[in-house]
Write a protein that binds this ligand. Structure first.
Ligand SMILES: C[C@@]1(CC(=O)O)c2cc3[nH]c(cc4nc(cc5[nH]c(cc(n2)[C@H]1CCC(=O)O)[C@@](C)(CC(=O)O)[C@@H]5CCC(=O)O)C(CC(=O)O)=C4CCC(=O)O)c(CCC(=O)O)c3CC(=O)O
Ligand SMILES: NC(=O)C1=CN([C@@H]2O[C@H](COP(=O)(O)OP(=O)(O)OC[C@H]3O[C@@H](n4cnc5c(N)ncnc54)[C@H](O)[C@@H]3O)[C@@H](O)[C@H]2O)C=CC1
Length: 223
């Protein structure tokens, strides 16, 4: 069976992580990166997890998981070293229609955590469906090498230009314009790190009134 990829919005997530070991630390770090609300239940924390939690607005209950702990959460990661506890958490989550990831049991997981390469609003998520997480991580490193920070810069500018383009260019022309603005030419420039060439190309696509807006935005960003 294939998995259906989606990107969850953290503002709608109330996350519970059960367990405080090395795998839990990686999942917590991923959730912190997007600013999700997190509660951790674990009798013990590794030094790494302790460090992650320090200074963050994370609730930590220093105890073992109890039936009833899922109340109020819509997203759970069962990350304990006890497969029985993880299975129990999964069963309870399924009963309540709560999304659950089980770190040692993909069959009981309603979602899998991918390896992610993030460049501003651009996110590439890689998943091998449990066949080889190490390979997913290696593919992520390869992609990260190919797609530098310039992608984030270009996209931050394009994100601001998009509503201006939508409000002042008629639908037929703007579809072509937006396709070219996100097309092969700028992507190839960006892969070579040539942000200026990509922005010059974008400027060339715009009507003159918007060229001025583009230059203002570029000046403000000061990349
Ligand atoms: C099913 C899944 C469930 C889930 O966690 O969602 C799962 C399950 C398991 N992983 C195990 C081991 C490892 N996991 C990693 C690393 C990552 N694991 C991640 C996801 C997933 N791991 C989901 C599938 C995703 C996919 O297939 O693409 C990543 C991508 C995301 C993240 O965790 O943040 C993150 C890389 C992040 C990054 O680098 O960016 C490494 C590499 C390392 O540590 O260097 C190893 C050792 C090498 C290896 O095993 O490949 C074992 C223990 C096996 C055993 O008993 O030995 C199980 C349990 C099992 O297989 O049953
Ligand atoms: N999904 C993934 O990415 C990976 C999964 N694994 C799997 O993860 C497991 C090991 O995870 P680690 O983080 O390395 O273990 P760990 O031993 O470092 O941490 C386990 C944590 O679970 C907590 N815990 C144990 N019982 C608990 C309970 N009843 N309630 C709440 N917390 C409880 C412990 O206090 C500890 O903080 C293995 O089963 C392995 O197969 C291993 C590597 C990667």
């Amino acid at each position: 069976m294939k998995d259906y990829p989606v990107f969850l919005r953290p503002e709608y997530m109330d996350c519970l992580v059960v367990g405080g070991g090395s795998v839990a630390a990686r999942k917590i770090a991923g959730l912190l990166e997007v600013g999700a609300k997190i509660t951790v239940i674990s009798p013990e924390l590794t030094a790494e997890t302790e460090e992650l939690l320090a200074g963050e607005k994370i609730t930590h209950h220093k105890r073992s998981f109890q039936t009833g702990d899922l109340a109020g959460f819509n997203f759970v990661i069962a990350a304990t070293s006890s497969s029985d506890t993880n299975r129990k958490i999964a069963r309870l989550a399924h009963d309540r229609d709560v999304l659950v990831n089980v770190i040692d049991n993909k069959e009981l997981s309603s979602f899998i955590v991918p390896a992610v390469c993030r460049r501003g609003p651009l996110q590439v998520a890689i998943c091998s469906g449990g066949a080889s997480p190490a390979l997913a991580a290696e593919v992520k490193r390869k992609i990260s090498g190919d797609f530098g920070e310039v992608f984030a810069h270009y996209l931050e500018i394009l994100a601001e230009m998009r509503p201006l383009i939508k409000s002042s260019v008629d639908p037929e022309r703007r579809r072509k314009l937006l396709q070219k603005a996100g097309g092969e030419t700028p992507v190839e420039y960006l892969r070579r790190g040539e942000i200026k060439a990509a922005l010059d190309f974008l400027r060339g696509l715009l009507p003159s009134s918007l060229k001025v807006e583009l230059d203002k935005i570029i000046d403000e960003k000061n990349f």
